[in-house]
Design a protein around this ligand. Structure first.
Ligand code: PLP
Ligand code: COI
Length: 341
């Protein structure tokens, strides 16, 4: 299979139309057979549930070319499971987990020419999503839904690749204590747009959200979980019911313990502790691990000892091991890589 003529090394995190996408429709209580299409346009009623009341959930995953030329995706079973949880919380029908994985595999396979080559620095981002498609005017769940998967080749999420980021403590909250912060719903991102535009206007790369109830604990950013390293080399990540259960973070905790022999712990992290950490990073499918060099809290700066030019040493080890597993350079734990055949 011949790859598309794309300048892989200079891709940003953007949308580029690829050849195929997967579509399945839910009507009269059942999903149809579904299949691939070349049509990238969605036609829905002006009153569709998604347009009026934001009834939509999504996932984010990637396909990689390994060193030996295979195409793989990373832990798709966990994305399927999380999408089920997201759908249930928004009263949407579940797209069965086995069909979710099949749809993702089929879409990646059909777009194999867009999976960036090994070593190019780019990956194929895969976006499964689902939305209420029939007219809804009273506030209630839709009766009809569409599930889709599209792909787009991407480079680094943050401009500048792995240059440490400067983030600020946000005055806006992302998620309420018993709200929807733990699911991947479009509404969580819509409400973060003002905060991110404002952060960018003020010269920051991202927002650190604190817990909405006490504003004392670290939650996450708009699109990634936090990971910290203590001065004695322990990996710690925030535990909260209102953050997205990041697959990357859960994988990194395993990698820290089982591959690097580090202590790793998921626990509540008070913002007051952050100044004492040695390293900080953002982790997620899009972010991979993006190092944070500085956090600004209303003018007060916390500068991590790892500095503003390079990743901290433990963050780097985690990054190398995780990407090594994803790209087939390091043996993956059983079941982590799904080969696209
Ligand atoms: N937190 C938020 C708000 C996100 O949007 C994402 C991205 O998916 C993550 C965390 C990281 O999750 P994952 O590692 O499963 O991609
Ligand atoms: C992902 O990492 O897949 C996400 O959905 C995050 C988003 C901000 C791009």
């Amino acid at each position: 299979m011949e790859k598309k003529n794309i300048d892989w090394a200079n891709l940003g995190f953007g949308y580029l139309k690829t050849d195929y996408r997967y579509v399945s429709n839910f009507k009269d209580g059942a999903w149809d057979e579904g299949g691939l299409t070349t049509d990238d346009m969605v036609t829905i009623n002006e009153c569709a549930g998604v347009l009026q009341y934001a009834q939509t959930v999504f996932e984010g995953m990637k396909a990689y070319t390994t060193e030996d030329g295979r195409i793989v995706t990373f832990r798709p079973d966990l994305n399927a499971e999380r999408m089920e949880n997201s759908a249930k919380r928004l009263e949407m029908p579940v797209f069965p987990q086995d069909r979710f994985i099949e749809a993702v595999v089929e879409t990646i396979k059909a777009n194999a020419a867009y999976v960036p080559p090994f070593g190019s620095g780019a990956t194929l981002y895969v976006r499964p999503y689902m939305f209420g498609s029939n007219p809804v005017i009273g506030v209630k769940p839709a009766d009809e839904y569409q599930f889709r998967v599209f792909t787009t080749p991407v480079g680094p999420y943050f401009k500048g690749g792995i240059k440490p980021l400067t983030i600020r403590v946000s005055d806006f909250d992302r998620a309420a204590p018993h709200g929807t912060g733990h699911i991947k719903a479009g509404l969580n991102y819509a409400m973060s747009l003002h905060a991110i535009v404002d952060a960018h206007n003020q010269g920051f790369d991202e927002n650190m959200y604190l817990d909405a109830q006490t504003r004392t604990k670290v939650e996450e950013t708009g699109g990634a979980n936090f990971l910290f390293v203590t001065k004695d080399g322990k990996v710690v990540t925030p535990k909260s019911n209102s953050i997205l259960p990041s697959i990357t973070r859960r994988s990194l905790i395993y990698v820290a313990k089982e591959y690097l022999g580090l202590e790793a712990e998921e626990r509540e992290i008070y913002f007051d502790e952050v100044k004492d950490f040695a390293e900080c990073g953002l982790c997620g499918t899009a972010a991979v691990i993006s190092p944070v060099g500085k956090i600004v809290d209303h003018g007060k700066e916390i500068c991590f000892p790892s500095g503003m030019t390079e990743m901290g040493p433990i963050t780097k080890k985690l990054y190398d091991t995780l990407t090594g597993i994803q790209m087939g350079r390091i043996e993956a734990p059983e079941g982590w890589l799904k080969v696209i055949e």
